[in-house]
Write a protein that binds this ligand. Structure first.
Ligand code: UD1
Ligand code: UDP
Length: 382
């Protein structure tokens, strides 16, 4: 009899990384897959789902304006529990470290439903950064029965915590699967026309721990933009009202900075691939930029994605003005142009993560793990 798998997610980054898996699972005869969206995000979630061509079977629509974590968690726990009672899946798959992942895994655990954790084992070992994500992912890994670790480093973190080795499977990160679907050689966008011959600098900011001093961070970024009229800065502003108010209030009206609404993931990936430099506090953007060979100033003190640091892709600057300026200037000077788009298959995955996870669920045991450098080094687009 076919196994019933429920994919449960609700934010933009989870959608981008779970859609390749939803598409792969839907092709498998031995699995009956349903997608349940919690709706922790609204517009940004819908945008990503539409862009990646994945529908949903159930939608819980939990989002409220400026949602505090406690209330969001309560709504999620209640509505996911009710949905799981009706769906009665054999297994729930959650992703990463969001409130949806934490509350969804907890609801399944309370009902005795096994949980598979996609993107398991990322760690900073500091519960304050990223907050509250570091707690969420540790908690989900504690109660999961399958842990799909994106990299060997993530798997080592899990083993160090005492997870049984036969329940940890290195699959690669599904973000590389997503990139393989979205990148185009013949891509055009008005932002590229606007940038003209200037180097494009892509900027995103949204982390909760950066919201406390967001005004100061935006002042710093404003100075950087003013000091570099030779560069074209593009800032797709997150839907978080706190970010929007301050971004438009403090960074509006600069000629070489464009503030735009969140981009669809196809646009974002293709613009990223054509950027000279990226400034971000995002998790997923660090991975995407690094595999595309785009240098990143990580506006955080630490990263749970250290694989990109040693090869010189990720530069941890925090939000310190001097560190941002120094790194920005030296990286802008050394920038490389990218006539062809290359996906580096060594850092975070090889584009086969969804297939490995689906194989494991169908067979009930892991197949050969992803081993970096075992494969060709680059996939070239264009
Ligand atoms: C959450 C995740 C974080 C992830 C981020 C992705 C947790 C604990 N954190 O951040 O790991 O990096 O999402 O963006 O789950 N909003 C809208 N429309 C939308 C999306 C959000 O209006 O489409 C508003 C919400 O009302 C909310 C605010 O933006 O008040 C922030 O959204 P929320 O899901 O609470 O984000 P974070 O917890 O900051
Ligand atoms: N992204 C997008 N449009 C944008 C900005 C980002 O589609 O305007 C995508 C990006 O490609 C990445 C994901 O959103 O896959 C990252 O989401 P976010 O930074 O919100 O969350 P995090 O990865 O930090 O959890």
């Amino acid at each position: 009899m076919a196994q019933n798998i429920l994919l449960l997610f609700g934010t933009r980054p989870e959608a981008i990384k779970m859609c390749p898996l939803a598409l792969e699972l839907s092709r498998r005869g031995g699995l009956r897959t349903r997608v349940c969206l919690t709706g922790q995000h609204r517009e940004m979630l819908t945008q990503a789902m539409e862009d990646l061509g994945v529908g949903c079977d159930r939608s819980l629509e939990v989002m409220e304006e400026e949602q505090p974590l406690g209330e969001l968690t309560c709504r999620l726990l209640e509505r996911v529990t009710a949905a799981l009672r009706e769906e009665r899946p054999d297994r729930v798959l959650v992703h990463g470290d969001t409130t949806t992942a934490f509350a969804g895994a907890l609801a399944a655990f309370y009902l005795g439903i096994p949980v598979g954790h996609v993107e398991a084992g990322l760690r900073t070992w500091d519960l304050s950064a990223p907050f509250p994500e570091e707690f969420n992912r540790q908690a989900v890994d504690r109660l999961a029965d399958w842990r799909f670790a994106p990299t060997p480093q993530a798997a080592r973190n899990l083993l160090r915590e005492g997870c049984p080795p036969d329940r940890v499977y290195v699959t690669g990160n599904t973000v590389v699967d997503a990139l393989c679907r979205t990148l185009r050689a013949d891509y055009t966008h008005p932002a590229l026309t606007w940038a003209g011959g200037r180097p494009l600098v892509l900027l995103t900011v949204h982390r909760r721990e950066n919201l406390r001093a967001l005004g100061a961070l935006f002042e710093t970024l404003g100075l950087l933009v003013r000091h570099h009229p030779e560069a074209a800065f593009l800032f797709p502003v997150h839907r978080n009202p706190q970010v929007r108010r301050q971004a438009y209030g403090l960074l509006g009206g600069l000629d070489n900075l464009r503030l735009v609404n969140p981009l669809g993931v196809r646009d974002f990936h293709n613009l990223l691939a054509r950027s000279a430099l990226v400034l971000t506090d995002s998790g997923g953007v660090q991975e995407e930029a690094a595999v595309l060979g785009r240098p990143v100033l990580v506006l955080r003190e630490r990263t749970e994605r250290p694989e990109g640091v040693a090869p010189g892709c990720l530069h941890l600057t925090g939000t310190d003005e001097a560190a941002i300026r120094k790194n920005f200037e030296s990286l802008l000077e050394k920038r490389e142009t990218c006539a062809k788009i290359q996906i580096d298959l060594r850092l975070y995955g090889d584009g086969q993560a969804a297939r490995r996870i689906a194989d494991c669920l169908e067979a009930g045991r892991p197949g050969p793990p992803w081993t970096p450098q075992e494969n060709e080094i680059y996939r070239v687009i264009g």
